[in-house]
Design a protein around this ligand. Structure first.
Ligand code: CA
Length: 228
């Protein structure tokens, strides 16, 4: 994955959103902003952020319900913002990655974001284990298992599978996969994606997680409960 990490800031208070975005941009992150849960939902699929900074008091939905929705679809780390300190334990118990209580020092928020990102993707041993059906991936150790059998993947096959496993059930276009895995938009080379998908299917067979072809669009990885 190339480029700077993208952070999605979900915050309805324009002053707070502006301040947070400014500090995160100055720290070198790419920032996308949504002021409602509905806006966040579409940006999550489109922008594929590395981290979500989530205000728990949103106008159209409880932030915790949105968090539960995010967690159902992906393992994207979430740092919560709230006005109420007592929500902290509850949030951490629900599986949020970190928590900042308003009012906060934006520099502290940036430091926390950096720490969460480092834990989730950066350092050896820091990546979370991903699981779809009986396929399990440990990104930090660069290992893939089907049931308990280790599967050897080449570098690009691994990155392609990682892109699918971080977004299970989401249709990914060939261009999007090229950009995410090969690091650039190269529309003429989409056959490269097809070839690698075929290799992945061969190597992962038999498994309960399938890479399904969505005709005219691309591919998606689905677990056993979602087979077409
Ligand atoms: Ca709010």
């Amino acid at each position: 994955m190339s480029g700077t990490a993208r952070i999605l800031v979900v915050e309805d208070d324009p002053a707070v959103a502006e301040l947070v975005s400014l500090y995160l941009r100055n720290a070198g992150y790419t920032v996308t902003h949504a002021s409602t849960a509905a806006g966040a939902r579409s940006l999550l699929a489109e922008a594929r952020p590395a981290l979500v900074v989530l205000d728990l008091g949103l106008p159209d939905m409880d932030g915790r319900a949105l968090f539960a929705e995010i967690r159902k679809r992906s393992d994207t780390p979430v740092l919560a913002l709230t006005a109420r300190a007592e929500e902290k334990v509850e949030g951490l118990e629900a599986g949020m990655d970190d928590y900042v209580t308003k009012p906060f020092d934006p520099r502290e928020l940036v430091a926390r974001c950096r720490a969460v990102l480092r834990r989730s993707t950066g350092l050896p041993g820091g990546g979370r284990v991903l699981q779809v059906g009986d396929v399990r991936m440990d990104p930090a150790r660069h290992q893939v298992f089907v049931a308990e059998r280790a599967v050897q993947l080449r570098a690009k096959e691994f990155e392609l599978l990682e892109a699918f496993m971080r977004q299970p059930g989401i249709v990914l276009s060939r261009d999007k996969l090229l950009e995410q895995v090969w690091g650039f938009a190269f529309p003429g080379e989409t056959r490269t994606v097809d070839v690698h998908v075929k290799q992945l299917r061969d190597k992962l067979d038999p498994t309960t997680a399938r890479i399904e072809t969505v005709w005219g669009v691309g591919y998606k990885l689905v677990g056993p409960e979602e087979h077409a």
